[in-house]
Design a binder for this molecule. Sequence first.
Ligand SMILES: Cc1cc2nc3c(=O)[nH]c(=O)nc-3n(C[C@H](O)[C@H](O)[C@H](O)COP(=O)(O)OP(=O)(O)OC[C@H]3O[C@@H](n4cnc5c(N)ncnc54)[C@H](O)[C@@H]3O)c2cc1C
Length: 414
Amino acid sequence: MYDLIVVGGGVAGLMAAGTASSSGARRVLLLEKMEKPARKLRITGKGRCNVTNDRSREEFLAKVRQGTEFFKPAFEAFDNRATMRFVGALGVPLVCERGGRLFPASGRAWDVANALVSWAERCGVEIRCHAPVASLMISDDLIRGVILESGEHVSAKAVLLATGGVSYPATGSTGEGHEMAYEAGHRIEPLRPSLVPLEISVPAGLKGLALRNVELSLVVDGEAAERRFGEMEFTADGVMGGAIVLQVSRTAVDAVADGRRVEAVIDLKPALSAEKLRNRIEREISGLGGDAPVKVLLQKLLPPQLRTVIAQEAGLSVSKTLDSLSAADSERLVGALKGWRFPVRDYRPFTEAIVTAGGVDLSEVDPRTMESLKIKGLYFAGELLDIDADTGGYNIQVALSTGYLAGKAVAGGK
Ligand SMILES: Cc1cc2nc3c(=O)[nH]c(=O)nc-3n(C[C@H](O)[C@H](O)[C@H](O)COP(=O)(O)OP(=O)(O)OC[C@H]3O[C@@H](n4cnc5c(N)ncnc54)[C@H](O)[C@@H]3O)c2cc1C
């Protein structure tokens, strides 16, 4: 009989198991279905692991897009400062980069993953890999243990589901935890990809084009819904990704799924008002001379891959001479540079989504303990819950904070 069985050896599960074990739970078993724990953590942050973010409490919580109120007690128990101290104490020094994002100084996500696994083991957690859990044992609304896919029954006083979302399923997060929670009587908020590239209708040939210091607006049914400034890229023909695209994707996914009309509008010159851009174009034209073609003006304003596209957008021929540009032509060019619009057709699948929106309904979980309000002794942590946040280290922090609080609560109940 275990005090606690943790299902899923990702960030949340390891944190919960180690915390419970080091806080007084006597026998803690972590069951991970893959060949090693924390596979997803090892690929985070493009292999560098953006482990948390240095922002103030208020700024941090504002980045948690869904489940903010629910998340507060967990964040208060184990916040971003606690993560910095914790990871540092595990022997993984962190460095702070642009936007307050914290990474291991080594630049290796594996260092964070290995340190977390070793810490959990040192805390006394028994880790079993290749051990997929198939279902929960419950009777009289009380958790009794789990049943492995092999048919093995393992008894426990408490079980914590930390099986993650359903994005990047090759890492092991494939949604069995949601099924187990559902069978235990929990409502599951519909799962949608979040922080995901978007499919758009733009001319072909932009693949690989990265844009810096641009402003991306999302327009839903003709109304501005969200606006972000920063970097984005065209990752494939008809697909846009990169930081600011991922940030607006949550809103875009919901709107597309609801069948609403979604447009992306890129301001390629956000630092200049329309008036200042108009003046800049006039200055460029007088410097170049009236015989020069539009093509040469566009060379001054845009990277090569965008010149023809933006000329087409403005209805201009690139061979037209500058002295034949009418005021209306210039106005259309300003319009195309500051408001390049295209429809968002769809979003990419879970295999390309950084996180999963939706999950275990938070109204059925105690935010002070992460315990189910339906089944005594059943706990939840991490991405399995209906909490999701922006890019920037916030999602790993959600997993750490909720895992910590659940681990403490289980140990406190012993
Ligand atoms: C490519 C990528 C990059 C990312 N980069 C960042 C980043 O830099 N910063 C950031 O904050 N967030 C990042 N994220 C998001 C972050 O990785 C997740 O939010 C976080 O890992 C969730 O942790 P978790 O423990 O809840 O779930 P997971 O890490 O998904 O762990 C769940 C574990 O449960 C196991 N499991 C599932 N079902 C069973 C079962 N039936 N039996 C036993 N075990 C089971 C899985 O194998 C898995 O190991 C990234 C995500 C991706 C996909």
